[in-house]
Design a protein around this ligand. Structure first.
Ligand SMILES: Nc1ncnc2c1ncn2[C@@H]1O[C@H](COP(=O)(O)OP(=O)(O)OP(=O)(O)O)[C@@H](O)[C@H]1O
Ligand SMILES: [Mg+2]
Length: 370
């Protein structure tokens, strides 16, 4: 697995269960999967030679991030590496413009958008579609980094608009959101697909704060989200976990936001909440083994991310106190505290989403010293 963050760390745990020999390709020995004991090799995501060396001999190569440039992925494939997902599918998670235009072309509903190579084009779009608008970095964004809401024509920030001769940003309509959903599916190379119950996520400042299952939307809408995720995974030939983030607008539209082709934050609760976790199913899928059941084992689930406000908060020091919330399942990633950094999560199962959320939040608050 290329990448050694918390996704690789939790995939490592699944690999231990299945006795799968999983090595992670880490940027540094302090990475969460390495500190959890996963066998590792060192290579930076943009270092072609190091990546080829680190993945030599691996029957299958998968990913915990989208950071390996497309040209290196293609060279890895040309050198015989079995990438799952492959470079073509990964491009959908790496380049928001590519994803938006390809998916729109394939009939998936997406927000109105346009590539922009300068402030005047942003102003033109805003005048046509109305203000505010949202600027998005085509690649490299996560947790809201690379997403900028622009309120008016006079407020377009000064950005590096062009990268390697191409627009580095896209602009899109600012939507009035009634809800945000995530539909997580797993697909194997031989075409088997399973889908997890749709999750309702809540973002603050572009970063997922918490999620609940079942989502508080009509079952028919959740069903549509699942249908879209399955259709999309098949369309792009995804292998492993494919997580689709969706917008529900106040006027009732369901639109594709973005997708990830790896285990995803919106699937972390599956560790306790489903018969087979997304980490198990990711491994099973990339190895082309039968996929596991995704049924919920409780009526309702909630997950609260542990996001440190600053470097002084030490969730590990508060762990024993948080564990007194007995119905909460605490996960810490072994990451140092930094402002706005996800360092863990708490899951709770209960009779209702509200009850589960209250329990998970109680433990998360204690971890954060609140
Ligand atoms: N067009 C939009 N209209 C309204 N809100 C938006 C729009 N685009 C993004 N947002 C808000 O910003 C959040 C982050 O956007 P997006 O998912 O594109 O960014 P990201 O940084 O790549 O996120 P991730 O951490 O999921 O990779 C969304 O979940 C949503 O809450
Ligand atoms: Mg997102």
């Amino acid at each position: 697995m290329v990448g050694a963050g918390q996704l690789a760390r939790m995939t490592h745990q699944a690999a231990v269960d299945l006795d799968v020999e999983l090595a992670v390709v880490a940027g540094s020995t302090g990475d969460p999967a390495v500190s959890a004991g996963a066998p590792h090799r060192l290579a930076r995501p943009a270092d072609r030679d190091a990546l080829l060396a680190a993945t030599a001999g691996a029957p299958v190569v998968t990913f915990d991030h989208e950071l390996v440039p497309g040209w290196i992925l293609r060279e890895m494939e040309a050198a015989g590496r079995m990438l799952r997902p492959g470079s073509g599918a990964l491009a959908f998670a790496q380049d928001k413009l590519h994803a938006r235009s390809e998916l729109a072309g394939a009939g998936f509903p997406v927000p109105a958008h346009r590539p922009v190579a300068g402030a005047p084009q942003v102003v033109t779009f805003g005048d046509e579609h109305g203000w505010p608008v949202v600027l998005k970095s085509r690649s490299g964004g996560y947790d809201g980094r690379g997403v900028i809401v622009v309120g008016a024509a006079g407020e377009v920030p000064d950005l590096a608009w062009v990268e390697a001769g191409e627009p580095a940003w896209l602009v899109e309509e600012h939507l009035e959101l009634a809800a945000e959903l995530a539909a997580v599916v797993a697909r194997s190379p031989s075409g088997e697909v399973v889908s997890y119950p749709v999750v309702e996520t809540t973002q603050v400042d572009g970063i997922c704060r918490h999620l609940v299952v079942p989502a508080g939307v009509a079952a028919s809408l959740a069903g549509e989200a699942t249908t879209m995720a399955v259709g999309l995974a098949e369309r792009i030939g995804a292998t492993g976990i494919c997580a689709l983030e969706l917008f529900v607008t106040t006027d009732g539209r369901l639109l594709v936001n973005e997708l990830a082709l790896r285990p995803h934050n919106s699937g972390h609760a599956t560790i306790e909440a489903c018969v087979t976790s997304q980490f198990h199913n990711h491994l099973r899928a990339v190895l082309d083994w039968p996929l596991g059941a995704t049924d919920l084992v409780a009526p309702a689930v909630a997950l609260v991310n542990v996001i440190t406000p600053d470097a002084d908060v030490d969730p590990a020091a508060n762990l024993p106190a948080a564990l007194a919330v007995r119905a909460a399942a605490v996960h810490l990633y072994g990451k140092g505290s930094r402002p706005g950094r996800k360092v863990g999560h708490v899951t709770s199962l209960a009779a209702t989403p509200a009850e589960a959320l209250a329990t998970a939040r109680a433990a998360a608050d204690i971890l954060l010293g609140r």
